[in-house]
Design a protein around this ligand. Structure first.
Ligand code: MGD
Ligand code: MGD
Ligand code: SF4
Ligand code: MO
Length: 731
């Protein structure tokens, strides 16, 4: 038999972008009958940073590429059907509609929501802003306010830049305290750390300790030296008590940091009222254990206290992160080997990016302050649903699925339904993008070039790596950055057309706008990274870094351990650490009222979230390899709570909150603390009109049908997704 089949195989060294760990991967591709295929994905053993490590999700990059449900061409909704259209027509249609809405209702009538995958997409990060600035709308929202916003506020205030966040020096630490993080499932967050399990074991093998504080005995707790249950949402109390104990046991040793942090020892008087004995019962950790942990932490050669999702996305998340930072500082562990250190990236965008801002604007309906030019996403639905001047009438969703990922998802689902125009930059017709009028689908991760502009900055070692796209880009495909740059250009042209329609000068104006954008098209995101590398700290000397150096070293380059970097790392005008006690400490009053005030006692159970190694927020459930059935979408409850509520393992239960109810199978396990209900997020794929065949068949339910958009961490506007009061009963 003869065929025209031509088969050429190639190996590419790339980076997995599905989580923050930046694992190096070896991707094998083939061209078969003119079709580009991915045939294998494995860990890249020669990558100096990840050394061959990958988790099962790496292979999902292939599933994503192959997925028959993935949108490959722009789509326009006609009635309730999708119609395929050309890129130019789609981009024009979007620009026209944005302009129409802004002209009729004002610039703020067009809102934006940016989701998590943008952080893993340097094109979107570097070129998206051209579009968002052109849009000139204050109604900007993102997943930041269901996530790491407290970290940004603490870093902005103390160190002068929202992204100057210190990272655990995990390979050198003698005592690692993890509060509300589960890196064995998440693979680390605001701590880019491939192969975290091996590194946690190494700490213990050299005689150090890993201590986990979590309402669940997680996979991470299972490999730790010590785990303590904590009542969800009480971490601020715990930190107040730990600081109190540090002073009462005379264990402060902050000589290294005192000259830079005026007033650090004044912290004592703010924590005076919180001895461990006073909070122990509320927190669920014995006072003796708190005193002992503080002593061991303070006396360790080096130590790092790290708080993540569980500590941030809760009622007192910002205060908690602030107190964690003070605890690191007062034990001499900031900017110290084995403590919390500032990564020094090769392509350093910090000096070139916004340092952050607080309360530059307020939301129209609830008057919530902005942070970093964005409003809390908890306020998004009401800004769409509440009539009046400034109401949001149109939106762009960029790589986000807020119907499943933000509090009171069903309300937002309704709100999206009533928009005049919605555009989704997304390659799936999912729970949020199904409401779109136009879908602009970018290529998937391996089809675009990649540099981890965000996560190199949060890595546990200094390193740099550039990954070329594994396939050449064809004319019928677009990257996120190209979509945003086109939209910026086309929106400007729309506006110009409108104002020059009378004068007849349009051809010249359009040419001038195109000319203005041409240098950006020529530069591309890789050109920006090249500039940053060549003006960066490793440009000369041993490493001589430029884009070309990275292309010549396809496995990436190790730039060494984290190094002490104060005061250089500071962006504050005073070049000192500005403790901003007057900003943070008044929140203690709210803590006091909440836990010790009149209506403090409540019989509710407390809802928390969980992540699974083979899921990624709301969007990997269409891969059969990642998820076979919905067996993972359960409500974990403690045997005592099951008994109290007449619930058996596997039985369907109803969980109810102020916002809504869900029905879900109970999983009775002593891995969760009594009084806690643990439900993963990102499920609930049973909505009409989505096109994710496998995900739909294993739909599960969304825990954000329960979370409350009206309860916020008031210091930041961050959502409260952990410690949500709920009731349970047999369904
Ligand atoms: N209850 C509860 N809720 C939570 C959390 C929790 O712990 N508990 N976690 C919160 C956290 S930390 C986060 S970050 C948010 C995430 O919330 P979101 O960012 O809103 O949601 P994702 O599930 O990440 O949705 C990503 C979307 O982007 C699309 N996408 C994927 N890759 C790309 C790409 O390269 N380009 C484009 N244009 N689109 C792409 C996917 O198809 C999907 O539709 O969820 C939050 N929600
Ligand atoms: N496999 C996988 N990896 C991921 C993701 C994913 O969805 N799947 N998402 C990525 C994203 S967007 C992020 S932001 C990171 C998050 O990274 P992590 O923060 O490590 O993620 P979680 O697994 O949500 O861990 C939060 C932990 O906090 C605990 N917790 C809940 N409430 C409280 C509380 O009140 N106090 C304390 N002390 N603990 C509490 C939970 O039980 C849980 O173990 O993971 C990233 N990596
Ligand atoms: S840990 Fe898994 S998902 Fe994260 S970068 Fe590595 S392979 Fe990808
Ligand atoms: Mo996140």
């Amino acid at each position: 038999m003869t065929t025209s089949t031509q088969q050429t195989s190639a190996k590419h060294y790339s980076t997995c972008t599905l989580c923050e760990a930046m694992c190096g991967i070896e991707v094998t591709t083939e061209v078969l009958d003119n079709e580009n295929l991915i045939t294998a994905i494995a860990g890249d053993k020669n990558n100096p940073f990840s050394q061959g490590h990958v988790c099962p999700k790496a292979k999902a990059l292939k599933d994503l590429y192959d997925d028959k449900d993935r949108v490959r061409h722009p789509l326009k909704k006609v009635g309730d059907k999708w119609q395929q259209i050309e890129w130019d027509e789609a981009l024009d249609l979007v620009a026209e509609n944005i302009h129409k809405i802004q002209k009729k209702h004002g610039l703020n009538a067009f809102g934006t929501y940016l989701g998590n995958p943008n952080a893993h997409n340097y094109g979107a990060i570097l070129f998206g802003p051209y579009f968002f600035r052109t849009l000139q709308s204050f109604n900007r929202f993102s997943a930041t306010s269901v996530d790491q916003l407290p970290h940004h506020i603490v870093s902005l205030k103390l160190f002068g830049h929202q992204n100057q966040i210190p990272i655990t020096d995990i390979d050198n630490t003698d005592y690692f305290m993890i509060i509300g993080g589960n890196p064995l499932a998440s693979n680390g967050s605001i701590m880019t750390v491939p192969y975290v399990k091996k590194r946690l074991k190494a700490i213990q093998q050299k005689g150090g300790k890993v201590v986990v504080i979590d309402p669940k005995k997680t996979e991470t707790a299972d490999v730790s030296s010590e785990h303590h249950f904590i009542v969800p949402g009480t971490d601020a109390l715990l930190m107040l008590a730990m600081l109190n104990s540090l002073f009462s046991q005379n264990l402060c040793k902050a000589d290294n940091i005192l000259p830079l942090a005026d007033g650090l020892l004044d912290v004592e008087k703010y924590v005076d009222a919180y001895p461990p004995e006073r909070v122990a019962k509320l927190v669920g950790i014995a006072a003796d254990d708190i005193h002992r942990m503080v002593k061991e932490f303070a006396q360790a050669e080096s130590a790092s206290c790290y708080g993540r999702m569980g500590a941030s996305v809760q009622r007192f998340g910002t205060l908690t992160q602030y107190l964690i930072m003070l605890f690191n500082m007062l034990t001499g562990n900031l900017d110290k080997k084995g403590g919390m250190m500032f990564t020094q990236p090769a392509a350093d965008y910090l000096p070139h990016s916004g340092r952050g801002s607080i309360a530059k604007g307020k939301t129209r309906v609830r008057g919530l302050p902005s942070f970093g030019g964005e409003y809390p996403v908890s306020a998004l639905a009401e800004e769409i649903l509440t009539p009046g001047d400034g109401q949001i009438k149109g939106m762009i969703l960029g790589a986000g699925n807020p119907v499943l990922t933000t509090p009171n998802g069903p309300q937002l689902d309704k709100a999206f339904e009533q928009l005049e125009f919605l555009v989704a930059v997304d390659f799936y017709i999912g729970e949020s993008s199904r409401h779109a009028d136009v879908i602009l689908p970018p290529v998937t991760a391996l089809e675009r070039d990649h540099y981890d502009i965000v996560f190199h900055k949060f890595a546990v070692r200094n390193s740099a790596k550039f990954s070329p796209a594994v396939f050449p880009m064809s004319d019928d495909k677009r990257s996120d950055w190209q979509i945003y740059l086109s939209l910026a250009e086309k929106l400007e042209i729309q506006r110009a057309k409108d104002s020059s329609s009378a004068s007849g000068q349009m051809d010249e104006t359009e040419a001038a706008i195109k000319q203005k954008y041409q240098p950006l098209w020529d530069k591309k995101p890789s050109g920006v990274v090249d500039d940053l590398l060549k003006s960066g700290r490793y440009a000369n000397g041993e490493h001589n870094l430029s884009l070309q150096t990275l292309i010549d070293n396809p496995h990436g380059i190790d730039l060494g351990e984290l190094q002490p970097n104060l005061p250089d790392a500071l962006f504050t005008q005073s070049k000192t650490i500005e403790l901003s006690i007057d900003y943070f400490m008044p929140d203690i009053k709210r803590v006091e009222a909440f836990f010790f005030g009149a209506q403090a006692s409540d019989e509710s159970l407390l809802l928390i979230g969980r992540r699974h190694l083979k899921s990624n927020n709301s969007w990997l459930h269409n891969s059969k390899r990642m998820v076979k059935d919905s067996a993972r979408c359960t409500a974990q409850i403690h045997p005592l709570d099951a008994q109290n509520h007449d619930i058996e393992n596997g039985q369907d239960i109803t969980i109810a909150s102020r916002v809504g109810e869900i029905n879900i199978a109970a999983e009775v396990t002593d891995k969760v603390m009594p009084g806690v209900v643990c439900v993963p997020h990102g499920w609930g794929h049973d909505k009409k009109g989505i096109q994710l065949e496998h995900a739909q068949s294993i739909a599960g339910v969304s825990c954000n049908d329960l979370t409350d958009e009206m309860v916020l961490d008031e210091l930041s506007g961050n959502a409260v997704l952990n410690g949500v009061p709920v009731n349970i009963r047999p369904a």
